[in-house]
Each structure stands twice: as structure tokens, then as C-alpha cells.
Design a protein around this ligand. Sequence first.
Ligand SMILES: *Cc1c(COP(=O)(O)O)cnc(C)c1O
Length: 381
Amino acid sequence: MIPFNKPFLSGKELDYIKDAVSLGKLSGNGQYTRKCHGFFQERYGFKKVLLTSSCTAALEMAAMLLNIEPGDEVIMPSYTFVSTANAFVLRGATIVFADSQPNHPGIDENKIEELITSKTKAIVPVHYGGVACDMDKIMAIAARHDLFVVEDAAQAIDGYYSGKDGIQRPLGGIGHLAAFSFHETKNIQCGEGGMLVINDERFMDRAEIIWEKGTNRTRFMRKEIDHYNWVDIGSSLLPSEITAAFLLAQLENLDDIQKKRKAIWQGYWRGLKDWAEANSIRVPAIPRYAGNNGHLFYLLCKNLAQRTELIGQLKEKHIQVVFHYLSLHKSPFYRGKHDGRMLPQSDRYSDCLLRLPFYFELTGKETEFIVQTLKTSKDQY
Ligand SMILES: *Cc1c(COP(=O)(O)O)cnc(C)c1O
């Protein structure tokens, strides 16, 4: 059986956890947490980062930091994970869903401005598959209308955006805030984990407070104050040192992981692009302004029937392939709250997108087997 995902393990995880245990400080914001923070600050130039227990938690922090209140509107794609929307719904926001691009699941930047009203507070672009949204356009729209931008960079570690100025920027370093995930299905994982990136200095102090249950304990730990107190809203958002130790063992292998994942992506792309074209199936389109961080590889089938058929045929050969998001504007929870606009591209990705097995240990032989199985599949649709 070739599974869809196998979490990466570097082999050092248990050593670091053992060390964290022996240090005798297992709650969050200890030595390992600070090492992980340092890694991201150094490698990507992020000014302020905070590890969280998940990307969901980081998005919830972002909603708290932006003071999202009942009545506020937040614009995001419908083709995304539940947490992108749920984090803002928890604060009472109304989600205004935008459609995806015709040739990429990312938000259609040209459809954002028409959705802005006097109640709009934020735009949340999702870098689907680690492929950048057009951030120059999005940041310019946000600046014109005085809105905040929160990047859902859950899948976007080591992803890049090349702006009009020719400078390549790491994803997560462009919006006012950004959220990453280290869930076991992501390139770097610690089971459950995430990170908030704070690019706008106005949010840096308050982010630490929200992170520590609404207290100024982080300042106390730095010995800047002699006791800590309840000063704002917050929640329990830090991962323990056990999680941070595990994560550090992964981060140290980021270059190897990325090299391998990009090779897997290229293997699929080279193997499948001609066959796909001949069968009206599409391989991923990477816009010229976006890098490719090798997070996932998908095929865009002709229709739902063809996708269902392919999933079945591959399963017979013991290859597990899966579809991805279902449009949030049609979900049981949100369909009654959605304003009724049709989002045909989002629905198309919901029906037609098929993800192939993608993990570090996947061998060239296995990739080749998957490619050949697809090429010899019977197309009845
Ligand atoms: C994985 C993912 C999340 C959620 O991440 P968790 O760490 O599991 O909370 C949010 N948004 C997107 C786009 C994701 O892919």
C-alpha cells in the first residue's frame, strides 16, 4: 500500500525530547521554543514569531489581535481549510467568501475589491500548496481600504513570492500577520503545532500577552517587570517544550526535506504533464511570481465522475489518493450564512482536485509506479 501521507521523522526527535525532559522545564517558552523562534528569525528574517499549539490557534490569535468583533467582515477564499474561517467566526465576524483563480486554487485577487464594504476589517489569502497569492495586489488593495492582511501560510513554509520590485520574499513575511502549521501532514511537522508571525510592530507586545493567557508573563520571564498580572484577553496558546524539541529536530533538516519534496514534485510533473494534457486533466499551474515549496501535487480532473473513477482505480492498485477542501460557502455550518453568491471556481476545485501521495520517504520507484498507474488508467469520462 502506498499511503497518501507519512509524517517525516529526522531521527533526532526523541534525543531532543529526552534533553528537554532532563532540563526540567516542560511548559512552553523554554530553551527549545526559543531555538525554534531563532531559526525562523534568522532564516527568513521574520522579526517576531511565536510558536503555537496549531495553525488554528495562530489564526485565532490573529483574530484577537485585530480586535475582530461581531459585524466585522473578513474576506477569504471559500476553497480553504475550516480554521481559516472559524478563527474569525469565533470572534463574531461575517465571512465574505471570494472565488479562486481559474487556473489556481488561490484567491482570485481581481475579485477582492468588489467585496469590500465599510465593515470589512481584513483579507486572509491562503497560499494553497505553498504557492503564493499575488501579494503585491493584495497588499495594495488592503492599503487603499485600510485593511489588515493575515496570510494563511499553513502550507507555505519555505515558499516565496517575487514582487514587482524583483525582490523575493518568504511567504509569511508579507502580511501584517501570518500563520503556519506544523501538523503531521505539512512539510515540517510536530504532530500538532503552528506559529504566528508578527510583521507589523504594532502587534508585537500584545501578541505576547494573548499568547500567555492575557498576562504579561513573557515580560516577567525576561525580567523586565517584577511580577505578572492579567492585562488583556488571551488563551493558552503555547506548545510545550516537548513539542518544541520535536519541532527543532525537524527544522534542522529543512533543506534535505525541501530538496527531496521538490524532486518528488518534479517527478510527478515530468511524468504526468503530457498525459494530463492529452486527457483534459490539468497539472498544477505555478504563477510566475510564486515559488514552489513542494508541499503537494494535485491533478485537476475534468469532472467529479472522472475523479471518483480515478480514486477507485488507484485504490485497486493500493495507491491512496485523496481529494481536498469542500467549498466552505456550501458547508453545513455556513451555507445558511453565506450571501448566496455562486463561486464556480471554488466548487470546481472541490469536485475535481485530486491529491497524489506526497511524503519524504516516497521513493522514485513508487512515484514512477503511481505515474504509470495513472497513465494506464481507463478513462470512461
Ligand atoms: C493545515 C491547515 C490549517 C490548519 O492547521 P492546524 O495546524 O492543523 O491547525 C489551516 N489552514 C490551511 C490552509 C491548512 O492547510
